[in-house]
Design a protein around this ligand. Structure first.
Ligand SMILES: [Zn+2]
Length: 131
């Protein structure tokens, strides 16, 4: 749940002050395959936690990125398919994971809804604190 909340906080904070009726239409995430983030549960938490916020109903687009490692001994670079952390080239165990553990918000798309709705819904804007 923590990750979903962080994503929502960042998305809410990204809405410009002058777009008072704006809402977040889409959040594009990059998630490494080794980041231990399960896309389905993240999606579920996001949906639940975004209720009553300007992020409610936003589409969460999750792109999974491969785990890329580099051998510190010979410089060989490869994509890890399964947890076997030694260099396939020289067998060294001295490797660095270059990507695959990250969770990045690549972009947030904001929609400005200027249509005059009469409902008195007040989006909660007090949560845009930075992390
Ligand atoms: Zn190597």
């Amino acid at each position: 749940m923590g990750i979903a909340l962080q994503v929502i906080e960042i998305a809410v904070a990204s809405i410009p002050e002058d777009l008072r009726r704006a809402r977040v239409a889409r959040v594009n995430l990059t998630v490494g395959k080794l980041s231990a983030v399960v896309s389905e549960s993240l999606r579920f938490c996001f949906e639940v936690a975004s209720r009553e916020t300007p992020v409610e109903g936003a589409e969460l687009v999750i792109e999974e990125v491969d785990v890329v490692a580099r051998c510190n001994a010979c410089g060989h670079q490869w994509t890890i398919e399964e947890p076997a952390f030694s260099c396939p080239h020289c067998n060294s165990g001295d490797i660095t994971l270059i990507s695959g553990r990250e969770l990045d918000i690549r972009s947030i798309e904001i929609e400005d809804e200027t249509n005059d709705t009469t409902d008195a819904e007040q989006p909660d804007r007090g949560r845009g604190r930075s992390l």
